[in-house]
Design a protein around this ligand. Structure first.
Ligand code: FES
Length: 577
């Protein structure tokens, strides 16, 4: 690895020191209104701080402070920082689903980076989609780039009980059907659930994405688990600011870090931490941008035999703050040293194995050894069969072992609204052996592939003590959720996948150990149903959503827009003046 490649002309040079004096004047002069001295334009690396801060993305609401710390680090290392905003996505508030806008935000990030006089980029991320979207966009430009994850909230605590963001929310229906849980309790639990700045503190999608970024080598070591309000997080931002300036000098671009080996490492680490199923769709989209081949089966092949080393909700009992105190991701990566590519290079210029060589674990209740894991096999299982020709996924560590092989009668809902309207109907013919099938929640169908796959169980069954049932959909599930939930069925129902043809009463066989999921209906009958099937009419005839529906790829490919896959590099062929 070249430690310094200072001969390469800075990209920003063509803005600030061009042969055309008029152009140089225009590019420099307007920036001067922020007080930039002469030396800002004379060969110092210009660093963009890509900020997903937004008050409507509560998980990222603290990132302005972090940007200041990054700026400090950039200036200390001799660079020049400029902070810029990109589309932010708050998981809890955005409708119909934040995922609909991941690709839009990635486009915003890509074009903002390329169009401006930047030599390197720092991505400030937090809530679920803000990490993959910005990485995807940055990949399509391929400048030196470092990620600063915003960090998880402090542990939730309610009446002495440890409560995890999201994980607790999924139990509200159950709690509210209990007379002892009042509205006042609910209000108190809301505050206790979100005690500080930061993102969800379970091993939900945001934590999974932070771990993904660290495992890919895109953060400084140990970044993922540091709580948002811990002073070490600010220090991380400052050091990342220093480091990106060096990365520019070394020309350490994203494509030099994001090799196939880095992706394989991320899959192994994700399995060991019990990461979210959303990891699959985002990692594939990132791989598609940087140009690394990654198939859905790779997640099963490389990850499903990896032991679960982290005891965090929703699979386990602790939270991210505990994970940090126990040693965080470095302790996990060190434990996995015989299962990862230790030589994969990271943003600090060192190999991942080298970075984590001396990492210690301080609490074996939270991070186990490979020899004595919390579960022998974690990771994600990829299913195939006539119900999911291109694949479907399930997270066995969040599911019920006794439902891993199951056969039951389908109870079909055509949409999430249909489900909400009927699931609690006392007359609904459903029992604990039924298989809940939810159609119309895939990338095209919802649109945006909402996190509604973990359908709440019928109240009448909850009251009987039923805790889990098999649920199947073409949608996603929050990383904070749990249950025997088959997701990402591809092709999805809205484009005529077999899922669209399932009828209430059909038998569905789920066999996770053998990676099969079958609809027990004859080919002849299926053909008849297919011939009679009509695609649902789209309600979106204009704007971004219309573009999304027409160009989104299916979930087994990462659900990127087809024209965004790949990269165009950082070159801009024409000036604006
Ligand atoms: Fe933002 Fe969970 S809602 S990370």
């Amino acid at each position: 690895m070249d430690k310094e490649n200072s001969n390469k002309e800075l990209r920003s040079h063509s803005w600030f020191a061009p042969a055309d004096e008029k152009l140089g004047f225009i590019n420099r002069s307007w920036l001067r209104n922020q007080g930039c001295p002469d030396d800002y334009f004379t060969g110092r690396p210009v660093i963009g701080i890509c900020n997903t801060w937004s008050e409507l993305t509560p998980c990222n609401a603290h990132l302005r402070d972090f940007a200041d710390m990054v700026k400090r680090g950039v200036l200390e290392a001799g660079g020049v920082p400029f902070e810029f905003p990109v589309t932010s996505m708050g998981e809890t508030l955005m409708r119909p689903t934040a995922m609909l806008f991941r690709n839009l935000a990635s486009m915003d990030t890509e074009e903002s980076i390329r169009a401006n006089p930047l030599d390197g980029v720092v991505l400030l991320t937090g809530c679920d989609k803000t990490t993959p979207s910005t990485i995807m966009g940055a990949c399509s430009v391929d400048l030196p780039t470092i990620v600063v994850p915003g960090g998880p909230m402090l542990n939730g605590r309610y009446k002495g009980e440890l409560i995890g963001s999201g994980t607790f929310a999924w139990k509200i229906k159950e709690k509210m059907s209990n007379e002892n849980f009042t509205k006042k309790d609910l209000s108190e639990a809301e505050v206790c659930n979100s005690r500080s700045a930061g993102h969800c503190m379970t091993m939900g999608t945001a934590s999974t994405m932070a771990c993904m970024a660290e495992a890919l080598g895109l953060t400084l070591p140990g970044a993922a688990a540091i709580p948002a309000v811990d002073s070490r997080k600010k220090l991380l931002a400052q050091l990342s600011g220093r480091r990106i300036v060096q990365m520019v000098k070394e020309d350490l671009t994203l494509s030099k870090i994001l090799t196939r080996k880095a992706f394989e490492n991320a899959i192994v680490v994700n399995a060991a931490v019990g990461g979210s199923t959303n990891f699959i769709i985002h990692l594939q989209a990132i791989a598609g941008r940087i140009g690394v081949d990654l198939e859905l089966q790779d997640f099963d092949k490389l990850g499903s035999h990896i032991p679960l080393l982290v005891n965090l909700m929703p699979s386990g009992k602790f939270l991210m703050e505990d994970f940090f105190y126990a040693g965080g991701l470095p302790a996990v990566i060190r434990e996995l040293k015989d299962k990862i590519h230790n030589e994969a290079i990271t943003v600090n210029g060192n190999a991942i194995g080298e970075n984590n060589l001396d990492a210690e674990c301080y609490n074996r209740e939270v991070i186990s050894t490979v020899v004595d894991p919390f579960q022998e096999e974690a990771g994600i299982a990829v299913l195939y069969g006539n119900l999911c020709e291109n694949g479907a996924v399930i997270k066995p560590s969040a599911a019920s072992p006794d439902l891993m092989v199951h056969s039951g009668k389908a109870v079909v809902f055509e949409s999430i609204e249909d489900c909400h309207a009927r699931i609690d109907d006392p007359e609904l013919d459903i029992d604990e052996n039924s298989v809940i099938v939810l159609q119309g929640v895939g990338p095209v169908g919802y649109p945006g592939m909402a996190e509604v796959g973990n359908v709440s169980l019928p109240v009448k069954l909850i009251k009987k003590g039923v805790k889990d049932m098999v649920r199947i959909s073409d949608g996603r599930m929050s990383g904070t959720a749990f249950g025997t939930v088959v997701l990402h069925v591809s092709p999805e129902s809205a484009i005529g996948g077999t899922l669209a043809l399932v009828k209430t009463g059909d038998i569905i066989e789920l066999d996770v150990p053998n990676r099969r999921m079958e609809l027990k209906v004859s080919d002849e009958e299926l053909k008849k149903r297919r011939d009679n099937w009509k695609a649902p009419e789209s309600k979106y005839d204009r704007g971004y959503v219309n573009l999304y529906i027409k160009t989104v790829e299916q979930s087994h490919l990462g659900a990127d827009l087809d024209f965004l896959v790949g990269k165009s590099g950082s070159e801009v062929l024409r000036h604006s003046h």
